[in-house]
Design a protein around this ligand. Structure first.
Ligand code: PLP
Length: 232
């Protein structure tokens, strides 16, 4: 991966713009969430200087010094959240993208109310029924949205998914299309009335995700380089 973070940010933005143009969308409607797991504060600051406003972290502990270093940035939690870390997550993050059970949703809501906050959340969907992977099965989405209705402290703003790993980005397209369909159905039924966000697409497939309607793409490697020997 050649070039610095600034060049990478520019390249990724251009690719988002072209994918948006191909599908008759505006690039301004797509939020670039720079994924910072395993990335140093210095590189994250470079991304911020290059205009990136939103960052995503998988681990509460790892996020703490980073959020402190970039307090004005919009921080998104995108990893597996243990319920005993929900309080810290609520204090640190602007968004929680990875809610996949009523219990976790209630825990976040309770912590947010105690902190006098309202946390926008996304529901993570396990589209391919992969075992051991985060996310609720698509058929349980209505139940979770029903549980969220009228709950204070959280506001369900949309859906998030990570399709099965693929070599060819086109392999992700049917999954992105499926998430977009679940989203439209939930909005149409009224169960997801407040939903506006579709978080899908990573370094390997974010252009396909944009073509299928992503409003947030979560990009790590294409911005910061490979995570050699690190987790995730
Ligand atoms: C690591 C990660 C990403 C970014 O993946 P890249 O392939 O490095 O772009 C996006 N979303 C989630 C949930 C992740 O864990």
């Amino acid at each position: 991966m050649g070039g610095g973070v600034r060049e990478n940010v520019e390249r990724v933005r251009e690719r988002i713009e072209r994918a948006a143009a191909r599908s008759g969308r505006r690039a301004a409607d797509i939020r670039l969430v720079a994924v910072t797991k395993g990335v140093s504060v210095d590189l994250i600051l470079e991304a911020q200087e290059a205009g990136v406003a939103a960052f995503g972290e998988n681990y509460v502990q790892e996020a703490e010094p980073k959020v402190r270093a970039l307090p004005a940035a919009e921080w998104h939690f995108i990893g597996a959240l243990q319920r005993n870390k929900a309080g810290r997550a609520v204090r640190l993050f602007s968004w929680i993208q990875s809610v996949d059970s009523p219990r976790l949703l209630f825990e976040i809501a309770g912590r947010a109310r105690a902190a006098g906050k309202m946390i926008p959340v996304l529901i993570e969907v396990n589209l391919a029924g992969e075992k051991g992977k985060a996310g609720i099965p698509p058929e349980r989405l209505p139940e979770l949205l029903a549980a969220a209705a009228g709950l204070s402290g959280v506001s369900v703003r949309g859906l998030m998914a990570i399709p099965p790993p693929a070599g060819d980005p086109e392999e992700s397209r049917p999954y992105f299309a499926r998430l977009a369909r679940l989203f439209r159905d939930a909005v149409a039924s009224g169960a997801g009335a407040g939903m506006t966000e579709l978080s899908m697409g990573m370094s390997n497939d974010f252009e396909v995700a944009v073509e299928e309607g992503a409003t947030m793409v979560r990009v790590g490697t294409a911005l910061f380089g490979r995570r050699a020997g690190r987790m995730g």
